[in-house]
Write a protein that binds this ligand. Structure first.
Ligand SMILES: NC(=O)c1ccc[n+]([C@@H]2O[C@H](COP(=O)([O-])OP(=O)(O)OC[C@H]3O[C@@H](n4cnc5c(N)ncnc54)[C@H](OP(=O)(O)O)[C@@H]3O)[C@@H](O)[C@H]2O)c1
Length: 255
């Protein structure tokens, strides 16, 4: 897969993607807003894994910043062979009466940036005849859990369509659909998830990332880490939507 470009590499799943990919001898391009955290990570990866690590500071709700990342994906020097569209956030509010700017920023980050960066990567990778795109959705994509679930449903469906379009090109697309995972996600969104969900509901970032990378390597279209979330996903798909809608209060990415 050559060089991997990871969005949201400063924390949580993105940080874990950076470590596992660097340990597997992939050069990395680290994208997020927090330059200090990215520079520290890049130094650690260079020292520990001996890989080339670039820092690309970008706010992916900003169109010009997204375009700079897209340009890096189109670059022919140290071409990117794996794009991990991972950056995301919990919206942490009800839609009605909530802050509309926060909703729009979440959509820009988790939908628009994924669209634009996938477009840049798919174009460059198909020209080279190889590559992989990994888009981080969520098991919440199968729920009726508000605008976050709607954004993740978009990521999942978009990635499935992209995977079909890419068949035979040497490029693959995978949607990662994790359940609750221990990262900074819930604290950042002000969600008290640790108190709300039992221990059994939680996955570790290292397990989620290891499963996702194994699924990318075998060209899987949907990656759902852990048997318990595979079963939960199967149930969500089998249930009538009227029942799924009633589960709104137990959706994984809300408190
Ligand atoms: N944790 C879970 O339970 C869970 C479950 C299912 C799916 N997911 C999905 O997994 C992905 C990773 O989340 P996580 O759990 O690892 O969360 P996290 O620990 O909070 O990390 C989020 C990452 O996204 C970056 N980010 C946030 N806003 C950004 C922006 N405007 N521009 C660029 N980067 C931005 C953050 O970096 P900076 O602050 O430095 O910009 C950080 O590196 C997300 O797409 C999330 O929806 C998480």
């Amino acid at each position: 897969m050559g060089t991997a470009l990871i969005t949201g590499a400063s924390a949580g799943l993105g940080l874990e993607f950076a470590w596992q990919l660097a340990t597997a001898r992939h050069d990395v391009v680290l994208v997020a807003r927090d330059t200090e955290r990215l520079e520290r990570l890049a130094s650690q990866l260079r020292a520990a894994a001996g890989v080339h690590a670039e820092v690309l500071t970008a706010d992916l709700t900003d169109r010009a910043d997204v375009e700079r990342v897209a340009e890096r994906l189109r670059a022919t020097e140290r071409p990117v062979g794996l794009l991990v569209n991972n950056a995301g956030l919990g919206i942490g509010q009800r839609f009605v009466g909530g802050d509309l700017a926060r909703e729009e920023a979440a959509l820009d980050l988790m939908v628009r940036a994924v669209l634009v960066l996938s477009h840049a990567a798919a174009g460059a990778m198909t020209e080279r005849g190889r590559g992989a795109i990994l888009n981080v959705a969520s098991v919440a994509a199968l729920t009726a859990g508000g605008t976050y679930a709607a954004a993740k449903a978009w990521v999942r469906t978009f990635t499935e369509g992209l995977a079909v379009e890419l068949e035979g090109t040497g490029v693959t697309a995978t949607a990662l659909c994790p359940g609750l995972t221990r990262t900074e996600f819930h604290d950042r969104a002000g969600l008290r998830a640790a108190e709300t969900y039992p221990e059994i509901a939680w996955l570790s970032a290292d397990r989620v990332v290891a499963t996702a990378l194994a699924d990318v390597r075998r060209g899987a279209v949907i990656s759902t880490p852990s048997l318990r979330y595979q079963v939960a996903s199967g149930l969500l798909r089998a249930m009538p939507r009227s029942v799924v809608r009633r589960l709104g209060d137990v959706r994984p990415d809300r408190d």
